[in-house]
Design a protein. Structure first.
Length: 213
């Protein structure tokens, strides 16, 4: 299996975290020629990353890849067997993708268009509130007592809320949700979380250096 993409991307880090949690890390690589090359577009017409290539299977879309890896690789399952618990894990992922991701994009665009920052901050605060509402503050992980697809989705996104803090009060948004704040403190101190955060930080530093040059 080869996963194409860069570690800075939260969408690449999500399936990478799943593979690591299952004890079978996939190979990560940058596609020769880039994601807009004819060769890449022949495999992934959307021209986006990540892309998982497993033999003759070329599979795009972060969450689809994460679920495929969970099903295909040995190791602990990333979704509980219980139907209600499984639904809650998938709900947290859905809330992250539907509400956190768009507002995170708004915060990034705010570097060039500051006028959009207040709405993005408001939307991000609401998004985190939705997640706080649907999880138990007593849970050690995003849901329950073990790492799930919800942790894999949230950790790489929360990295950016830490990284953007300063010009934008993004850490305060997390602090306003006590359960999520406690989860995030545990998650980024864990072996899986700390590795992901360090790799994303390295990727962000490299990206900023290339833009400055």
């Amino acid at each position: 299996m080869i996963l194409y993409g860069g570690k800075l991307s939260p969408f690449v880090m999500r399936p990478l975290l799943v593979s690591r949690a299952k004890g079978a890390e996939v190979t990560l690589a940058l596609f020769e020629g880039g994601i807009k090359s004819p060769e890449y577009l022949a495999l992934c017409p959307t021209g986006k990353m990540p892309l998982l290539v497993d033999g003759d299977l070329a599979l795009p879309e972060s969450q689809v890849i994460a679920e495929y890896l969970d099903a295909a690789l040995p190791g602990p399952k990333m979704v509980p067997d219980d139907a209600r618990a499984a639904a809650k894990v998938r709900l947290l992922v859905r809330l992250a993708d539907t509400y956190v991701v768009p507002n995170l994009g708004g915060l990034f665009r705010g570097r060039e268009n500051p006028a959009g920052v207040p709405d993005a901050l408001k939307g991000m605060g609401e998004a985190l509130g939705y997640i706080e509402h649907y999880r138990s503050a007593d849970d050690e992980f995003a849901f329950g007592s073990s790492f799930t697809l919800a942790d894999a989705a949230l950790i790489p996104l929360f990295f950016f809320l830490d990284a953007l803090d300063g010009p934008m009060p993004t850490k305060a948004l997390i602090a306003a949700q006590p359960g999520l704040a406690a989860w995030w403190a545990r998650a980024k101190a864990s072996a899986l979380g700390a590795q992901a955060v360090a790799e994303q930080a390295e990727g962000l530093k490299a990206m900023m250096a290339s833009r400055a040059g």
